[in-house]
Design a protein around this ligand. Structure first.
Ligand SMILES: C[S@@+](CC[C@H](N)C(=O)[O-])C[C@H]1O[C@@H](n2cnc3c(N)ncnc32)[C@H](O)[C@@H]1O
Length: 209
């Protein structure tokens, strides 16, 4: 069965461009069939992009980047930082890389792979995701644990989901790993959250010795 998260989508390629305004700027993205929200930006993605806090020097991971809207806006906001965009879907990865080039964003790396595997030994200030809800609970829980591992202590995790597709359950699953998740925005039936990876008390003590 062909899902938007297949490694190689079965749907024949039919590239197109979409235009949207995000963080006060008009963006043109190349999209294609077989990639999530190819006909227009997803409302959950929009809510997340408008509510995520990205500092100029942040190192950011966009997990499940699709054609790149979250990670590429993050790259624009983190002009002195760096953004890794990862997706399992090869067509999505190719589109995100093309979009980065077309937008002149050079502080990005686009990588194909499962979860955080391509960046497993990197450390991020921020991880952002509109997660693959349809991949199922077991995959989502694994991805949450992987996000926690690649975030530095004190780093921020932003995620979004549709209220009717279990946003609050997802937030609880995140809280089981991170501690409290704060709702940062709610609109059009979607909720966006922020969770912070706890500082490592042992590490803080060690650095003071
Ligand atoms: C809800 S879509 C979001 C896409 C894009 N970030 C956006 O907002 O338009 C989730 C994305 O996660 C990707 N995905 C699914 N399972 C994955 C996995 N195990 N590892 C990496 N990416 C995955 C899918 O291919 C899809 O592009």
């Amino acid at each position: 069965m062909d899902h938007y998260f297949s490694r190689q989508p079965a749907a024949p390629s039919r590239p197109r461009q979409i235009q949207t305004r995000l963080r006060g700027k008009v963006w043109t993205f190349l999209t294609d069939r077989g990639v999530f929200a190819h006909a227009g930006i997803d409302p959950g993605t929009r809510l997340l992009v408008e509510s995520m806090r990205i500092e100029p020097s942040d190192h950011v991971l966009d997990l499940g980047c699709g054609y790149g809207p979250i990670g590429l806006v993050a790259a624009y906001l983190a002009g002195e930082g760096h953004v890794a965009l990862v997706d399992v879907n090869e067509r999505a990865v190719n589109l995100a890389a093309q979009n980065a080039r077309r937008l002149g964003l050079h502080n990005v790396e686009v990588l194909q792979g499962d979860g955080t595997q391509p960046v497993a030994d990197w450390s991020f200030d921020v991880v952002v995701t509109n997660p693959p809800i349809r991949a199922g609970k077991a995959t989502l829980r694994r991805l949450i644990r992987e996000v926690h591992t690649v975030l530095r202590p004190g780093g921020r995790f932003y995620f979004v989901a549709r209220t009717a597709q279990g946003a609050r359950t997802l937030a609880k699953d995140v809280e089981a790993v991170f501690g409290p998740a704060r709702e940062v925005a709610q609109a059009d039936g979607y909720r966006a959250y922020e969770a912070i990876r706890k500082e490592d008390p042992a590490g803080v003590r060690a650095s003071r010795v």
